[in-house]
Write a protein that binds this ligand. Sequence first.
Ligand code: ATP
Length: 282
Amino acid sequence: MPEAPPDEEPALRVEGLDVTYGRAVSALRSVTLTVPHGQVVALLGANGAGKTTLLRAVSGTLRLHRGAITAGRVRYGSTELDGRDPVAAVRAGVVQVPEGRRVFAGLTVDENLRTGGLGLGRRRPDQVAEARDRVFTLFPRLAERTRQAAGLLSGGEQQMLAIGRALMTAPRLLLLDEPSLGLAPQMVYRIAEVVREINTQGTAVLLVEQNAGMALSLADTAHVLEVGEVRLSGPADELARTDAVKRLYLGETTDDTATTGTDTTGTDTAQTAARTEGQGAA
Ligand code: ATP
């Protein structure tokens, strides 16, 4: 397992981050946030707000999507991450589970798991066995289906496999992009339980979710991204009580005036909410 950064250090520190795609698309502007060691941090926001882009900047996959960091920095412990090198991120202990359960459909469950951690080079068999045991303890269904082609698994099982494959790298920080998307409520509940368990075992989680209720129930802190900028930040339970979050992300009807979260721009939160709503929030 990669060496943990000192406990008093934030595990992940994103400072003043700007990301663009080509010359025309400014996807993130001045984004600053931290994921402290061992915590769950939720990232909420409407479609196109920049959530996936932030995960790509951390996991080193921006270049694959023709994106680039144009200002600011991403650090994990003492490692500088430049958004362009996924292997460096995995070696530092950071791994992303992309949206859409991208498993290798023609490979078996076991073969999919073995592709996890390939970028780490040669590892001791006992380290690989330990990682596999952890995956099978978390997901007994995968243990029962090791020889089955991944493409024949249900959507929920494929999501388990995608998370399991990431866990094969024994990450210290797991980046999860919409793990509940398209899953039945019972499976969403199971995935939430597993995220909590993974975190209890000592892995920090940066969680992007459209299911804000689930994300806020799991998270220590949360941030709301709006058109590429962080507009609200705070303890997850406090944010869940703000009118803006209740109305836009939890589907509740609210009194428009009272808010308690920290609007990072100092803008009135109800105005911010109204603007987000106009852009078709989730
Ligand atoms: P969603 O919930 O729909 O996945 P998101 O909050 O994750 O949205 P991003 O996917 O990060 O948002 O997109 C942020 C902005 O960057 C959007 O305007 C999007 O159109 C743009 N974008 C994302 N990927 C690319 C790309 N490969 N090339 C050009 N523009 C992109």
